[in-house]
Design a protein around this ligand. Sequence first.
Ligand code: EPU
Length: 315
Amino acid sequence: MTIDPRLIEEMRRLLTGRVLTMVPLRDLTSFRIGGPALAVVEPCNVEDMVNILSFLAREGLPSIVLGAGTNVLCSDEGYRGVVVKTGSLRRVAVAVNGVGLVRIEAGAGLGLTSLVNLAFRHGSHGMEPLWGIPGTVGGSVAVNAGAGGIGACDFVEELRLVNVDGTMFFLKRNDLEFGYRRASLPPGGVVVEALFRFPQGDVSESREALRYWMRMRKEKQPWRMPSAGCIFKNPTTGDSAGAIIDRLGFKGISQGGAQVSPVHANFIVNKGGATAEDVLALIRKIKRRVNEEYHIQLELEIQLIGMGFERVDHC
Ligand code: EPU
């Protein structure tokens, strides 16, 4: 499983950013799980992104886009394609106007928590629950990552995207529909920059709210353990996935190096040496049991890379 060296040379010629080969996905993901990707490319600016996406489309090379890799489970066999990593797209511009608004333009690779910190430093209020979500701006907008009843898309004014064929386009807030862990981005469209609008508010209230959310995350979630955040989406009605899984006694259950977190039952953590197979086995056990007990089909929140959803569906 390799990639034609001429294609690698061509990608190096097209990009100012790095092009690497046979990179273990465990090094690119918060779960620390996954075999090698044939190549990883790191566009440094929008032009790089346009160049690489049009090249990949022309050559018919399979590709995926990865931000901080915090919401994914990668196959142990790896990914037979090119990973486009957005982490180097970190351009930031802040504008504060006189009517109590902070506008922040952020590259897709900026960490969401860095964005929240920046917004706070400029006096904005309301985005505090997003503090501590480990993903990037691009990934967070693409899945409308959220906490405490708000999502990253709530603050979006405009998105700049690059299409699979390499064309660039903009989406205004009104062009977007978003809901719980969902945003209506066109298939294949990659977010490269986002313009956020945050209202300004009382600084001491914001500080208190930030402290509260920091404490919540550190106390209620397995903060320091490698994981992919919550594994399942919450059911649309009734109890949260974490509460249901907890009630069924799964906390602390292990499979190989993977364990249902003893802190929060909707997290699976990598205790060391966990494989994707270990995690999938736990996911299947949980889904089957929840279905038997409550007739609820839990839906994955994480994305699977290098494998299909048939691995966990119909449990
Ligand atoms: N609960 C349990 N046992 C557990 C976990 C939770 O009984 O093991 C109970 C809690 O006591 C609480 C209820 O379930 O009464 C809800 O728990 P929590 O406040 O932790 O919220 P959640 O619905 O489990 C959601 C998001 C998190 C986000 C938190 C905080 C989803 C799937 N999860 O969790 O997001 O950080 O709210 O707002 O929507 C993520 O998306 O990766 C993620 C972790």
